[in-house]
Design a protein around this ligand. Structure first.
Ligand code: AMP
Length: 194
């Protein structure tokens, strides 16, 4: 299985690139943010719980997020692999994913981290907020908090994969096609080394 963790701060372009990668490599895209938003729209209990955290730009508690992610993986028993987008976002989530995949005789193949400077992230998110109507993209304070949460709680997850030699940084600035090309080269060279 090819299991890719697509990593990077909010606004780095993970969702855009994941949509292209799943087509090329025949993978299932699991975005925890998208799943939470679908639950909010469907007014489920999970959505109600997640909403207050998301509106403030804070992380939904690990226990809830991990359980949800595992059940989404289990919904796709015939998948050739997954792109995890927005997960893991904390070290406990990374540990849980490792154990969970191990129980299925598989593992994370590689973490690809989109690298984008902070000022560029803020302008991208504000633009997305105008276009998509996502509440957490429309408010500068919430954006600043999401970037702070990323730096404080999420950035460290890179070390988890880096110590396993599974970490690769990808320049996240350029056209969508340029960035896609860089991601594909990284994945293809990883596949050759399998
Ligand atoms: P995203 O669409 O990835 O930017 O996520 C939007 C929001 O969903 C985040 O700001 C968090 O509130 C929540 N969220 C998404 N993924 C996670 C995760 N792995 N752990 C905790 N909260 C998450």
């Amino acid at each position: 299985m090819l299991n890719i963790v697509l990593f990077g701060p909010p606004g780095a372009g993970k969702g855009t690139q994941a949509a292209k990668l799943i087509d090329k490599y025949n993978l299932v895209h699991l975005s925890t943010g998208d799943i939470f938003r679908a639950n909010i729209k469907g007014e489920t209990e999970l959505g109600k719980l997640a909403k207050s955290y998301m509106d403030a730009g804070n992380l939904v508690p690990d226990e809830v997020t991990i359980k949800m992610l595992e059940s989404e993986v289990d919904k796709n028993p015939n998948a050739e692999g997954f792109i995890f987008d927005g997960f893991p976002r904390t070290t406990p989530q990374a540990n849980a994913l490792e154990k969970f995949l191990e129980s299925k005789n598989t593992s994370v193949s590689v973490m690809l981290a989109l690298d984008v400077a902070e000022q560029e992230l803020i302008s991208r998110l504000l633009l997305r907020g105008k276009e998509s109507g996502r509440a957490d993209d429309a408010n500068e304070e919430v954006i600043a908090n999401r970037i702070r949460v990323y730096n404080d709680q999420t950035a460290v997850v890179a070390d988890f994969y880096s110590t396993q030699n599974k970490f690769e940084k990808i320049d996240g600035v350029g056209t969508i096609e340029e960035i896609f090309g860089r991601l594909c080269s990284a994945i293809d060279s990883y596949k050759v080394s399998l």
